[in-house]
Design a protein around this ligand. Structure first.
Ligand SMILES: [Ca+2]
Length: 325
């Protein structure tokens, strides 16, 4: 597969008619499936890797403190979104939008732990894929902030997996990885792999041993997330499905230290997002015609002017320093 292509804010919006990562992922997944079906060709599998509560603290986003070899390699094979934002800085309203393709503030599901009813004719988008013959699984967090319509998933549980589908059936599979959730910092680890002394601190955090330890521990969690995501990608390869599957990765919202999750700043909403179309399905990518760039590190200096300007305040490894006022 080729090197990563940059997606600017404009092309991002043009591609799917929305500026939210929560809307891009379902829209792009549905579009790919629909276009493939309309063309009469084989239908792609679609796999989502969803993480919790993390901003773009990855090497492929220019963060030298991060240890994320799997995400960095994955980004080199796909599209690295520089300006992807969640519609809300906390789980439930963000996931409400992701599963419905509708803004939570329009649905009435924006309040955390909402129990408001939604119109009965609204389906969650996996149901459309099921009706098109896809085997749809979610492993396993939901947190949709509203009642789940019947028929949404073939399986939504800790055992849900695309391997349980019928032979030859296309699949849409979601794997929710919770290792970087804020709860992973509730207990202080006695030791960290990342050196606290080298942790880069945002200007709004005091330079104290406790804060440095928290940052180091959080980067350890992001490293663990990288390993788990790498395992899912390795399984896909081992199953002989990598060339038949479009893979999305994104975080449900930003985070997770103080002044990020639950805060409507870039630190709470800016998310990493990477999408890999295998060679046989690259014609289904909504960004075809976009510029290509080789290697993660090169893209910053060689970025198109628009992307460079748009991302200056949100993209750098320490994005918070200038963007979150
Ligand atoms: Ca979350």
């Amino acid at each position: 597969m080729s090197g990563p292509r940059r997606v600017t804010r404009r092309s991002f919006i043009q591609c799917v008619g929305a500026g939210s990562a929560a809307l891009v992922a379902p829209a792009a997944a549905l579009r790919a499936a629909q276009e493939a079906a309309a063309g009469g060709g084989p239908r792609p599998n679609i796999l989502w890797i969803t993480s919790e509560d993390n901003g773009p603290f990855f090497g492929c986003y220019g963060d030298a403190y991060a240890t994320t070899p799997n995400f960095d390699r994955f980004a080199s094979e796909g599209v690295l979104y520089l300006n992807a934002f969640a519609n809300a800085p906390v789980c439930a309203p963000a996931r409400s939008t992701i599963i419905s393709g509708m803004y939570a503030c329009s649905l009435g599901t924006h309040p955390m732990r909402s129990t408001y009813a939604i119109p009965s004719d609204i389906k969650f988008f996996p149901q459309y894929l099921r009706e098109a013959g896809y085997y749809c699984t979610n492993c396993s967090k939901e947190d949709y902030n509203m009642r789940k319509p019947p028929g949404t998933w073939d399986d939504s549980s800790g055992k849900a997996h695309y391997r349980n589908r019928r032979a030859g059936q296309p699949f849409f599979a979601v794997f929710n990885l919770g290792v970087s959730h804020e709860s992973s910092l509730h207990k202080s680890a006695p030791k960290t792999s990342h050196a606290p002394a080298k942790a880069p601190l945002p200007p709004y955090h005091p330079d104290t041993p406790t804060i440095r330890h928290d940052w180091a521990q959080y980067y350890d969690k992001v490293q663990a997330l990288d390993a788990q995501a790498g395992g899912i990608l390795a399984d896909l390869e081992k199953d002989g499905l990598a060339e038949d599957t479009i893979v999305f990765y994104y975080s449900d919202h930003g985070g997770v230290l103080t002044r990020s999750k639950r805060f409507l700043y870039d630190t709470g909403t800016h998310v990493p997002m990477i999408v890999r179309f295998p060679k046989k399905y690259q014609h289904l990518a909504p960004w075809r015609g976009s510029r290509r760039r080789k290697g993660c590190r090169a893209r910053r200096s060689s970025a198109p002017r628009r992307a460079s300007r748009a991302s200056t305040s949100t993209f750098s490894a320490r994005a918070w320093t200038s963007a979150t006022t």
